[in-house]
Write a protein that binds this ligand. Structure first.
Ligand SMILES: C[S@@+](CC[C@H](N)C(=O)[O-])C[C@H]1O[C@@H](n2cnc3c(N)ncnc32)[C@H](O)[C@@H]1O
Length: 213
């Protein structure tokens, strides 16, 4: 390898583009600035998790019939909702239990030239009347502990009974996600879909898709 090529390959990738949105990595200067300011997410909202790309890819290939108002639950850095705001022109609420994720979300949203409404709240606190405001509920990688199975199931139950048109939950296929998905499909119907993204940006996992029309 020439010296120039060796130098190039040692430079960390600072951002990627996927389906029309910019995905910054931890070494992007906008992200480093937030980190330096001392914001430290504590419930795994520490990066853009790849499950969010599965939802983006699914929605790109299967445009939703209604996405005027979108809830990104357990949003972390918020890329799923940001994609909906940018590409579907949705009005988006980005909800997370951890307030420390929102400065990162703001940085990612600014890079993408859109905004979403932040909400610090737990799935458990979302009432049927809050959920009735949304057409589409998306959630990426939010069922990673045994203790999260029940709150995620109950959020889905309430969202469906509130009339949310479509629910899409993505996961790298942790057993807890499958436990939740099995319960939800038995109770409400819906589909478990294996999904894979190849090319420069890679991701794989499963999607729970429930249509409520
Ligand atoms: C693995 S991260 C995924 C973040 C984002 N969805 C993504 O794909 O990049 C899980 C997120 O869920 C949030 N979370 C965990 N438990 C929650 C709860 N009970 N209510 C709301 N948010 C929660 C965490 O704070 C974290 O930001």
């Amino acid at each position: 390898m020439t010296e120039r090529r060796a130098k190039k390959s040692s430079v960390a990738v600072k951002e990627r583009k996927f389906r029309g949105v910019i995905l910054p990595t931890a070494s992007h200067k906008a992200i480093r600035k937030v980190k330096r300011a001392g914001h430290d997410p504590a419930i795994h909202g520490t990066k853009l998790w790849r499950s969010s790309l599965l939802i983006i890819d699914y929605l790109h290939k299967n445009p939703p019939t209604a996405a005027h108002s979108v809830l990104d639950a357990g949003c972390g850095w918020g890329i799923t909702g940001i994609w909906c705001a940018k590409k579907l022109h949705s009005s988006v609420v980005s909800l997370d239990a951890d307030p420390a994720v929102f400065p990162y979300l703001d940085a990612v949203a600014a890079l993408n030239g859109v905004g979403t409404e932040p909400r610090v709240e737990r799935f458990e606190q979302l009432k049927k009347k809050d959920l009735a405001a949304f057409d589409l509920l998306v959630a990426a990688d939010v069922c990673f502990w045994d203790e999260l199975v029940k709150p995620v199931c109950k959020m889905i139950d309430r969202a469906l009974s509130a009339g949310v048109s479509q629910i899409i939950i993505a996961d790298p296929e942790r057993p807890t996600f499958h436990d939740m998905a099995e319960k939800m499909i038995a109770r409400h119907g819906g589909e478990l879909i294996q999904w894979k993204i190849s090319g420069q940006t890679k991701a794989s996992g499963a999607l729970l898709v429930i249509n409520n029309q």
